[in-house]
Design a protein around this ligand. Structure first.
Ligand code: DGL
Length: 270
């Protein structure tokens, strides 16, 4: 009954942790494509190719449903993977929709026309590839009108986190928030559109100011997955084991993941 969680590296562990808390009995196969991280500086073709290969590898673990816990992959690869057609009984879901539902206060499956929502000025922090894809704005436009989105490509942040350089990561976040504020001085809400960023949520919040509501994905995705599995129990694959797989150096990735989640995590080679 395993579900797969995919990210280019460690960021998806923020989603893994939230899912673990929400669905403690659900076996999870976490896959980090650490050898090719970061994805955020790659072109869409590259992100598609790598994501597809990773998803196909995860199927082999007795998984029928894979969550792309990576905005870059959700933005650049998900639609193409879905449109090409998946093997029978397999599904891939991304992380944008639960976030946009929360931001626009709309429920899953609410397919009514886009309407005005409470929040008007939204700051989006994401990787260069996610920003370039405009996938967030596209998904938002299906649900809401009149929302002004200012996107800030946060170059370097994912690399700093993957390298375990917290000081650099924090400095970069502050400078990206400053750059955003020059373009949009008073955002009402900010979206952390990269699963690595919740690790720095406090830094984002402090730099943005207490009156800005910061949305991050982990809990929203976990809640949405619980709801999805209730409606589609057949999407629980036959795998029974919790596993952590990486295309990188398993020992190094395990050390960083253990530091990242503050609990022992042991990766195996994918
Ligand atoms: N966590 C991925 C995301 O949500 C990181 C992307 C990257 O590897 O640059 O976009």
């Amino acid at each position: 009954m395993a579900v797969g969680i995919f990210d280019s590296g460690l960021g998806g562990l923020t989603v893994w942790e939230a899912v673990r808390k929400r669905l403690p009995d659900l076996p999870l196969v976490y896959y980090a494509d650490s050898a090719h991280a970061p994805y955020g500086v790659r072109d869409a073709e590259d992100v598609y190719r790598l994501t597809k290969a990773a998803v196909e590898r995860i199927w082999e673990e007795g998984v029928d449903l894979v969550i792309l816990a990576c905005n870059t992959a959700s933005a650049a690869a998900l639609r193409r993977i879905q449109e090409e057609g998946l093997p029978p009984g397999k599904r891939v879901l991304g992380v944008f929709v639960p976030l946009i539902e929360a931001l626009t206060e709309r429920k899953w499956g609410d397919n009514s026309p886009p309407r005005e929502v409470a929040v008007k000025h939204v700051a989006l922090f994401a990787t260069p590839a996610t920003v370039a894809s405009r996938a967030f704005q596209r998904e938002l436009a299906f649900r809401a009108i009149g929302v002004d989105v200012e996107a800030q490509a946060c170059g370097g942040v994912v690399d700093a986190i993957e390298e375990g350089d917290q000081i650099l990561a924090e400095a970069l976040v502050r400078s990206h928030v400053e750059a955003l504020k020059r373009k949009m001085p008073n955002p009402e809400a900010a979206v952390l559109g990269c699963t690595h960023y919740p690790l720095l949520a406090d830094v984002f919040q402090e730099a943005l100011g207490a009156d800005v509501k910061v949305f991050s994905q982990a809990n929203l995705v976990a809640e949405s997955l619980a709801d999805y599995l209730e409606r589609h129990p057949d999407m629980l694959g036959e795998g029974r084991e919790n596993r952590f797989l990486t295309t990188g150096d398993a020992r190094q990735v395990s050390d960083r993941a253990t530091q990242f989640l503050r609990r022992k995590i042991a990766f195996q080679p994918a």
